[in-house]
Design a protein around this ligand. Sequence first.
Ligand code: APR
Length: 233
Amino acid sequence: MTLREMVDSSRRIVFFGGAGVSTESGIPDFRSEDGLYRQKYDVSPETMLSSDYFYSHTEEFYRFYRDKMLPLDAQPNAAHKKLAEWEREGKLLAVVTQNIDGLHQKAGSKRVYELHGSVHRNTCLKCGKKFSAEYIARGTGVPRCGCGGVIKPDVVLYGEMLDDATVIGAIDAIRHADMLIVAGTSLTVYPAAGFVNDYRGDRLVLINRDATPLDGRCDLVIHGKVGEVLGGL
Ligand code: APR
């Protein structure tokens, strides 16, 4: 079956995406040639985006975070828009994303499981007050709450656990999917990458520019740009 035939005959599509879904919105991914983790830093981005580094080098964390992790002017691309359209048509159960940029919601998607959290949710570590991404972006240095507490982004840093309810919801959606589209991800970061194994159907589609460890187990593999591929449906 072609991608279009699979989509046309599916009613419970789940989309599992990664940073490659947002590159056509101008946000670099992590592990491609021009990815964030390929750029030269004194301290590796994986270290800077770790929980230990946040607490031990908060000022340096925020310098990197504001510089590289807050593309607030990025707009949804054709992939985000098509998924929101399918949800409105009752064809898509949920989006499961490893991204923290909020572009799926910006495109109109409602049921989005953000496995690694979101830059749009920020919490005071002392009193729990919530702050927007814009509040963090326009400040300098370590952002603090009126109570004096340090504000932390609600993103899953290396060394931190994923949110239980989000994981349960994502796995439940994948288990009930009649079609699973995996796109824009190198499938190298666990536990997120392992969730695709919970899919039980026979319409497992991969849309990724580069090869992934999942290629050999898919019913359809498309090595291309996910915005172009979904936008063309
Ligand atoms: N269309 C399709 N695939 C694309 C596109 C595109 N327009 N752009 C990039 N890709 C592919 C690349 O070929 C690559 O395989 O998307 C993949 C992106 O992989 P990564 O950069 O590793 O991103 P991701 O898989 O989301 O990383 C997972 O790692 O650092 C952590 O928390 C971070 O959520 C992130 C996790």
